[in-house]
Design a protein around this ligand. Structure first.
Ligand SMILES: *Cc1c(COP(=O)(O)O)cnc(C)c1O
Length: 380
């Protein structure tokens, strides 16, 4: 099946009991057994739930994996992957990770003996320097947030050749499976915050891990059941429903983002525009190779680079809503320096280009003329 068919059909079938076309919400905590141990494959809902199973089968197909394992949030999905490691193991990760991912590694796992190195992953040599006999995991995010740098997934996979115990995990939240399939590029594990593009309607928090190895899937199912950070069936239904239009939504949002990036680039009050679709973007060639389109996230900063100017723009859009998160049908605007990245010291922020006036857009699927008009007015 091709992608647009998979989102609607892969792993799904009408309900055998009633013929219901949409997967029912199995709102139950337990399942009746005929005699002890004789059941239909479902015993207790932390361990298995049919709505969740349908979603997991669908997600596995979207990322060309063999199994998907769903969690209560993107963070608990990442937590499950980190639980594959043990004290003394080392991890190499991007130096501009999603804030919550950085926090999970440094505040929850390092105290238990995991050691992490944060490097610029757009430079494979820098990553290679940090890999030693204890390294068990490379954690990649691409495109990155909010600077939209692109990490070469194939180049990261090549670093595993001399290290058979090394796993490569890609947080594919920003691209979505429509734009990029890391397992096909040599990754072992894909993680999603399904809260973003997969759900797509800003109405659910969920996470997923997808793998191409059965043994690794079994270890993750064990963690899912043992820890119990599982999503409820209602949320699974919402993500299943969101996925049915993933290709349409992301396609449209990417088209809108391209036009908005061009508009901003020409605007006299705008200094830099960060968008992997520009030929001038330092990782444009990598993006062109590994992504179907250039994504729907655009960041830019202002000629007058200060908080006050940024605040004026952020407070004067009407369609772009000032909010955290991304990947929904509605366009959002955010200010990383005071919102998502406020805990990073200013000098460190400035070093990677995250200036005081940097503004991040999550472009939605509205009519692009209205979105451009909204930005034009706010900039004025
Ligand atoms: C939002 C996000 C997460 C965390 O997901 P939650 O569903 O909020 O727990 C992880 N990685 C990236 C890139 C994200 O954008």
């Amino acid at each position: 099946m091709k992608f647009g068919t998979k989102v609607i059909h892969a792993g799904l079938h009408p309900d055998p009991e009633t013929g219901a076309v949409m997967t029912p919400i199995y709102q139950t905590s337990t399942y009746a057994q005929e005699e002890p141990g004789k059941h239909k494959g479902y015993e207790y809902a932390r361990t298995q739930n049919p709505t969740r199973t349908a979603l997991e089968n669908n997600l596995a197909a979207l990322e060309n994996g063999v199994k998907a394992v769903c969690f209560a949030s993107g963070m608990s999905a990442m937590d499950a992957v980190l639980r594959l490691l043990k004290p003394g193991d080392e991890i190499v990760a991007s130096n501009d990770l999603y804030g919550g991912s950085y926090r999970l590694i440094t505040s929850m796992f390092e105290p238990f003996g995991l050691k992490a190195h944060f490097v610029d992953m757009t430079d494979p040599k820098a990553v290679k320097k940090k890999i030693n006999g204890k390294t068990r995991l490379l954690w990649v995010e691409t495109p990155t947030n909010p600077m939209l740098s692109i990490v070469d997934i194939k180049a990261m996979a090549a670093l595993k050749k001399k290290h058979p115990d090394l796993l490569l995990c890609v947080d594919n939240t920003f691209a979505s499976p429509y734009l990029q399939n890391p397992l096909d590029l040599g990754a072992d594990i894909v993680v999603h915050s399904a809260t973003k593009y997969l759900g797509g309607h800003s109405d659910v928090v969920m996470g997923a891990v997808i793998v191409k190895d059965e043994a690794l899937a079994e270890r993750l199912y064990f963690i899912q059941n043992a820890v119990g950070a599982v999503p409820g069936p209602n949320d699974c239904f919402l993500v299943l429903r969101g996925i049915k239009t993933l290709h349409l939504r992301v396609e449209r949002a990417c088209k809108n983002a391209g036009k908005i990036a061009k508009f901003l680039q020409k605007h006299p009050k705008v200094r830099n525009v960060y968008y992997p679709g520009f030929k001038s973007h330092p990782n444009h060639d990598v993006a062109k190779r590994q992504m179907k389109r250039y994504g729907a996230m655009v960041s830019f900063d202002l000629m007058k680079d200060d908080f006050k100017q940024a605040r004026k723009v952020l407070s004067n859009t009407r369609l772009f809503l000032l909010a955290e998160s991304l990947g929904g049908v509605e366009s959002l605007i955010g200010h990383p320096a005071s919102m998502t990245h406020a805990s990073i010291p200013r000098e460190e922020r400035l070093r990677v280009g995250l200036t005081d006036s940097l503004i991040r857009l999550s472009v939605g699927v509205e009519d692009v003329e209205d979105l451009i008009h909204d930005l034009e007015r706010a900039l004025r």
